[in-house]
Design a protein around this ligand. Structure first.
Ligand SMILES: Nc1ncnc2c1ncn2[C@@H]1O[C@H](COP(=O)(O)OP(=O)(O)O)[C@@H](O)[C@H]1O
Ligand SMILES: [Mg+2]
Length: 298
């Protein structure tokens, strides 16, 4: 797997506050990577460090396997702060100015306007845009120069439901073009809906990370046991929702692509002539507890 961004024990303190605390993680090419955490957990600080907007106190990071440089920065598009454009200029004109500053041609402008659903409004003045359109123009601007990665910090903050849906659609469209996405959010639901991978952050530390389907799953797995474990494994591997099966002593641990209840497994096995001797949902209580707190915030 191609590593796009790797962080090694990054720390940043503000006086006594450990905004980022020995943070290490790897983000790979093609992922839609969510950095999920409550307000104040260090998401913006982390993104600001990897974008060279602020300096870490300790640790290092690499982009595309290289130390950060002017060249690596050209391959990164980002929206960190609220959109800042010239109010009396059109969307097109504003993007032309961004292109000038970034030393790019105007050739990409129609493409990025189309990608963000603003093509029809390219000649409208920025000040006439809704907040959602302004946010979309910021994404369009970050996409100029055809970056390999797009970094977004709380991209749907302050948007109405329609604006939120539009931004999410754009993110998925951009990801579909093969651009890696790094998205910071305090919304569990948002990360669940659009991300493939997630790192859950609290007080500047990663609590857990991995594939969204595993990390944010309601139950970690289902434990099951029967007299003939081999047969049990073979039958379970034919269960359509089954993702993987691990053996643990005299039990099998079943992981699923979607939420599956123990009752469904019991019924399925019974229909295949297998009587289970043990069946239990294994909850990840810490994760669940934390994720519930996050869900309440949104
Ligand atoms: N410039 C700053 N000066 C002092 N404290 C800061 C500064 N920026 C961030 N912090 C603190 O660092 C912590 C992490 O902040 P931040 O990275 O903005 O979190 P998040 O983006 O997850 O909401 C918070 O406690 C915040 O108050
Ligand atoms: Mg933030």
């Amino acid at each position: 797997m191609d590593t796009l961004l790797s962080l090694h024990e990054i720390s940043k303190n503000y006086g006594k506050i450990h905004a980022v605390d020995k943070l290490s993680m790897n983000i790979h090419k093609g992922q839609v990577f969510g950095i999920l955490g409550p307000n104040g957990s260090g998401k913006t600080t982390t993104l600001s460090i990897v974008l060279d907007l602020i300096k870490a106190d300790h640790g290092s990071f690499q982009w595309f396997g290289n130390v950060p440089s002017k060249e690596t920065r050209k391959r990164i598009g980002s929206v960190i702060e609220s959109p800042n454009f010239f109010p009396y200029l059109s969307a097109q004109k504003n993007l032309e100015i961004v292109a000038e500053i970034k030393d790019l041609s105007y050739d990409d402008i129609p493409t990025v306007l189309k990608m963000t659903g603003l093509y029809d409004r390219m000649n409208s003045k920025f000040r006439t845009f809704s907040f959602g359109m302004k946010q979309r123009l910021a994404v369009a601007s970050a996409l100029l120069g055809d970056p390999d990665v797009l970094i977004l910090d709380e991209p749907t903050n302050g948007l109405d439901p329609q604006g939120i849906a539009q931004i999410r659609e754009i993110i998925l469209r951009v990801a579909g073009e093969g651009i890696t996405i790094i998205l910071a959010s305090h919304l569990l639901d948002e990360v669940q809906k659009i991300c493939s991978h997630v790192a859950v952050l609290n007080k500047g530390k990663i609590l857990f990370d991995g594939e969204v389907s595993e990390v944010l799953a309601e139950a970690d797995c289902i434990e099951v046991s029967a007299d003939n474990l081999e047969l049990l494994g073979k039958v379970m591997s034919e269960y359509p929702q089954c993702k993987s099966i691990a053996k643990s002593n005299d039990k099998l641990l079943l992981y699923f692509k979607t939420l599956v209840k123990p009752q469904e497994i019991n019924q399925f096995l019974f229909s295949k002539g297998i009587t289970v001797s043990h069946l239990m949902e294994r909850k990840r209580s810490l994760e669940k507890h934390f994720l519930e707190l996050l869900a309440q915030e949104s």
